[in-house]
Design a binder for this molecule. Structure first.
Ligand code: AMP
Length: 400
């Protein structure tokens, strides 16, 4: 049960055809799934459906076939991985989504408790157009609809949005866990809340920063994007990555933070190198004395100390983006130190920690603490849009 959206336990699954919107858009090489994390997360919902003698009928997009049937994007190739993860035989149901009568018959003849995977929803242009007729055809294949694909919820597509209005609909267990974790991060968080935002550029995260300063008590800005803020404040950042044309945007965000009572925490020292590569000589500088030929590639130890202090004062941390060029030694040090600190405070029960976004998951995994946060979202775009405060169409459609 949830106050805002319907959950699986509120649907009657007994002997029902359950259309389960999954995210089967998993990495595949030579016809084999190379990372089954997204499939793993579907297992509890599939088991629940099977337990009630429902038919779990998975529908998902896969790659970018651009609205045409294209065998290289067939979902048939992920069926084996779904079978392996669920420990249940899996049937594949082909369709071009123009005529679904064959799919209807296949689903009809499958026994109760079957697990089936329907063909790629993006084989029809109506999927990305949120086309009502396509949604109707999808709806004709099920009795109820369950969405367990948070990572696709920022898109209003036929299988994520229109379809949810045509059948009794609920969030699956993975979607529910994700929404509850996010709610504890920014929805109704335990205050004080600090956000840690890093990554390469301000330009890709303007909406995110603008929203966060109105919601959180402190905003830590690190990574390449901090250089733009330092430049805007009159510091010289040498040859560092910086979007100097966004200086005014940076100042506007800082003004908005002051108006909202949000403290902005910028680096006070930096690890500088003269070449953008691993294991190159480095030196530590205060941000007021960056070498003209140098590049800021990580936050320095005084910054780490300042930020860990802020983390100690907080009850909730939301995190997106690395503090430095973490893929290269030694520029991972700032990100790793902060990630370990957040993990420690979380472990001690002092902090709720929510992180997400592609590079962030990789950085936390690199620091060895991916499973030590309260919640790590593997959804890229959907997580960012959630952090930007935007309504997610696939979630809105599940609301009571
Ligand atoms: P994003 O996808 O925006 O989260 O950016 C992540 C990328 O930002 C990573 O590939 C990092 O290597 C890069 N990055 C972080 N800090 C810096 C920096 N100071 N200079 C250059 N690149 C950076």
């Amino acid at each position: 049960m949830s106050a805002t959206f319907k959950t699986l336990d509120e649907l009657d699954l007994k002997n029902k055809r359950v259309l389960l919107r999954a995210d089967l858009n998993v990495p595949v090489a030579d016809g084999k799934v190379t990372d089954a994390t997204r499939i793993e997360r579907l297992v509890p919902t599939i088991r629940e459906i099977v337990k009630h003698d429902g038919k779990a009928i998975l529908l998902s997009h896969f790659g970018r076939p651009k609205g045409k049937v294209d065998p290289q994007f067939s979902l048939e190739q992920v069926c084996e991985a779904v079978a392996n993860e669920t420990g249940h035989p899996v049937g594949f149901v082909a369709t071009d989504w123009t005529d679904v009568s064959g799919a209807q018959a296949a689903i009809e003849s499958a026994p109760p408790g079957s697990v089936l995977v329907l063909e790629n929803t993006r084989f029809h242009p109506g999927e990305e157009a949120n086309n009502p007729e396509l949604a109707q055809r999808m709806a004709s294949l099920g009795d109820v609809y369950v969405n367990d694909a948070f990572s696709a919820a920022h898109r209003a597509h036929a299988s994520t949005e229109a379809l949810a209005h045509l059948l009794p609909a609920a969030a699956g267990l993975a979607m529910q866990a994700e929404l509850e974790a996010l709610e504890s991060g920014l929805g109704k968080p335990k205050k004080p809340v600090i956000a840690i935002v890093g990554g390469a550029k301000v330009s890709s995260k303007i909406d995110l920063l603008e929203n966060l300063v109105t919601k959180v008590d402190g905003l830590v800005i690190g990574g390449g994007m901090a250089n733009t803020f330092l430049h805007a404040q009159g510091y010289s950042v040498g040859k560092s990555l910086a979007e100097k044309d966004l200086a005014e945007t940076a100042l506007r965000i800082m003004d908005k933070a002051v108006d909202s009572g949000c403290a902005i925490i910028l680096p006070i020292d930096a690890v500088v190198a003269w070449h953008f590569k691993a294991d190159t000589p480095t030196r530590l500088y205060g941000v007021d004395a960056i070498d003209n030929d140098g590049m800021i590639l990580d936050i320095g130890p005084s910054s780490i100390e300042r930020i860990t202090g802020a983390i100690d004062d907080a009850h909730t941390v939301v995190w997106n983006g690395p503090m430095g060029a973490f893929e290269m030694n030694p520029f991972d040090a700032g990100t790793v130190a902060l990630a370990k600190h957040v993990a420690r405070r979380t472990h001690e029960g002092k902090l709720v920690s929510v992180a997400g976004g592609g590079d962030t998951v990789a950085a936390l995994a690199h620091a060895g603490v991916k499973d030590a946060f309260t919640y790590v979202s593997t959804a890229g775009g959907a997580f960012l849009e959630w952090m930007e405060g935007k309504p997610l169409p696939g979630v809105e459609a599940l609301k009571k």
